[in-house]
Design a protein around this ligand. Structure first.
Ligand code: KIV
Length: 271
């Protein structure tokens, strides 16, 4: 399907309309200007400045170490590359949990200092008051349920969530609560496809799935995973669209050889 050129800028209203007319929403992560520009020009609907930057950009094992200042730096770079997409920024670990005032202040800093369009946070009932408080400042909030990587030390593993009835029921209740609180969309990460389908059809707001099957209103992947920059991560849900790691490897080997055998630069490549 080609990019809808009629849409000049994607807003939270646009993605609500997409759900209503059954048009799937495409979301990817971005952390820097150049990648954001490529993804935006290619017609992506939502760019998520994910706290996965902690893994992908900084090489940490989890998303926990990344700071609010670092998220703002990434968000500023992404916003400068974007003309059309909606830019959503993750509130990092420690910038909102257990403190609604801090949640509001962190969200205001993200919006004011980066120019992004919305924030995302992880959790259900535990963060409901924070969602409400952030919304009092007119800041759109995206929720995130299922596998919530900021709680990795509570879960213990990155395995599929909500397979048991009790956790599935809590997830359904949390989803409805987040919609009632005013979230404009909801990420559902690594949960059974039938549960994601149930949740998606019971909500008015769009759901964006990652490892949650085909019946969510949209899909999100980490760009470095789907482009094959990161080779080690091979979950079942991931579709690789490129093998950039291998292609870069070939290109860099060739460049190194060209420099060493003095075939680069040639006469046309100099002044
Ligand atoms: O940080 C991130 O990249 C995310 C997506 C996996 C949804 O939260």
């Amino acid at each position: 399907m080609s990019v809808n050129k009629e849409i000049k800028k994607i807003t939270t209203h646009t993605i609500q309309e997409m759900k209503q007319r059954g048009e799937k929403i495409a979301m990817l992560t971005a952390y820097d200007f150049s990648m954001a520009k490529m993804l935006d020009q290619a017609g992506i609907d939502i760019l998520l400045v994910g706290d996965s930057a902690s893994n992908v950009m900084a090489g940490h094992e989890t998303t926990l170490p990344i700071t609010l200042d670092q998220m703002i730096y990434h968000a500023q770079s992404v916003v400068r590359g974007v003309e059309r997409a909606l830019v959503v920024v993750d509130l990092p670990f420690g910038s909102y949990q257990g403190n609604t005032k801090r949640a509001l202040e962190s969200s205001i800093r993200i919006m004011k200092e980066s120019g992004a369009h919305a924030v995302k946070l992880e959790g259900g009932a535990e963060v409901a008051d924070s969602v409400r408080r952030i919304l009092t400042a007119g800041i759109p909030v995206m929720g995130h349920l299922g596998l919530t990587p900021q709680s990795i030390y509570k879960f213990g593993t990155y395995t599929v969530r909500a397979k048991e009835e009790a956790e599935a029921n809590k997830l359904k209740t949390d989803a409805v609560l987040l919609e009632k609180c005013g979230c404009f969309a909801l990420v559902l990460e690594k949960i059974p496809a039938h549960l994601a389908k149930d949740v998606s059809s019971s909500l008015h707001i769009p759901t964006i799935g990652i490892g949650a099957g085909a019946d969510t209103d949209g899909q999100v992947l980490v760009t470095h995973d789907m482009l094959g920059i990161n080779k080690e991560f091979t979950p079942r849900f991931l579709r690789r669209y490129l093998d950039l790691y291998d292609q870069v490897n070939v290109a860099v080997k060739q460049y190194t050889a060209d420099v060493k055998n003095k075939s680069f630069p040639n006469e046309k490549e100099q002044y």
